[in-house]
Design a protein around this ligand. Sequence first.
Ligand code: C2O
Length: 492
Amino acid sequence: MLSRRGLLTGFAAAIATTSSFAQQAENLPLRRSIGSMAADDPDLLAFRSALAAMKALPATDPSSWSKQADIHLNFCPHKNWYFLPWHRAYLTAFERICRWQSGKKDFALPYWDWTIDTQIPARFSAGSPSDNILNHNRPGLSATESLPSDMVGSEVINRIMQSPDYESFASTRPRGQDSTDARWQRRAGSENELEFNPHDGVHDSLAGDMGQVSLAPRDPIFWLHHCNIDRLWATWNAGGHANSTDVNWLNFVFSNQFFNPDGSDWNVAILDLLSTSTLGYRYELEVGRPVLNASLLRNFAAFRALPASDLAQISSTLEVRSVPGGGSVQIVAVDNRNTANRARPLAIPVPLGRDINDVIRVPPARPSGSMTHFLVGASQRIIANIQGMMPPRDKKTRIRVFLNRDNLSPLIPVSDPHYVTSFSFFEGNDHGHGHSDEGTNVSVDLTTTLAQIARQQRLLGDKIVVQLMPNSASSDLADSEIRPTRVELIII
Ligand code: C2O
């Protein structure tokens, strides 16, 4: 423990030894919404001057704009459980450099709360890239267009905020990970909704540099987008949800990736990234205490920790697996060879081997319609892990997921009770950083939709049909083609 802490340089150590912690927390720089900032807000002015200074540095300087962006190209983990802590560290190191370069010692990054401000913030779209340092080429979303509510709306965020465990909130560990070896940093797990929907969706909607892993941080809006993702993580924690306690997560160290403002390396372990005040910033957050289902959480933890060999052979009929701690999960997997495109949905029937009502125990949703707190305290979650997808050629394609919908067609709206969610792909020319042959996996929580269907009609039949409906503006059908190799259904 001591030697790992020894890796921390003076900058972080100075913060950790400041006298009164509580008092310090109140005085810490507050990250605020860009939507609430006047044009001459001191943090906005400092951000502009820090960017100008960084862009003026030689490209070899660790604090230069291009060196900072290249950190993302070379190291960013996506689609696994390192996504959130790595980007938190990236933002922290960048924020410290902004303080140094702007001379504003209490500078805090603004965040873009796209749930409220659904258009590109005016300060970032005003003028043109040549006369406004915050402007950038964003061919996907004009200054007057809005992000769709099925990507950033409050219903989506509410659902995300009810994720039971860290890996359902923040994307999962790479299957089979058995150490903190650096090679695991970029191996694919399964993306969950925070990442596959608003995170990936906003990247792809703006397009241009933002649409590519290799270039995204060259657009200044990148930092505000990720600040909001980071804020949602802090919000989920403040709401009473716990992070993973697995040693392969907590003890993972990001080495030789980030820089201190003086150009030295800042190496940091995940367990030192869990408190924003230790890192020198805060958000205004509401503290809450949800009524969590303890046995559900125990089963989630046990399921996450199952050895890869236990999951290598999943049968095509639903089987009950006991997990350590006395609980059990039910699991079934089916392979797929068919393709969907924007004119032709794909249906993957997952057989349950008995009546769906004998398997699913979710209560019907309340007739009032609001699903806001429906999931809190639920004793069962039904998850579809849709695996092995190569991104469609049209990078703005969003895949709509439906469940047991008869006559599914491109005309069925996202307001349909059988609609589950939508996912986007955030890739680069460097597709999935060297593990592109594995494809992308997404874990979709079906619980709310099953409850919605049960409200309208009894759940019928002996299978769950997972349906994918690509949504794309391209008229060439091949541009929106998508083909998962397999769907696992996991009932916890
Ligand atoms: Cu590493 Cu939103 O990107």
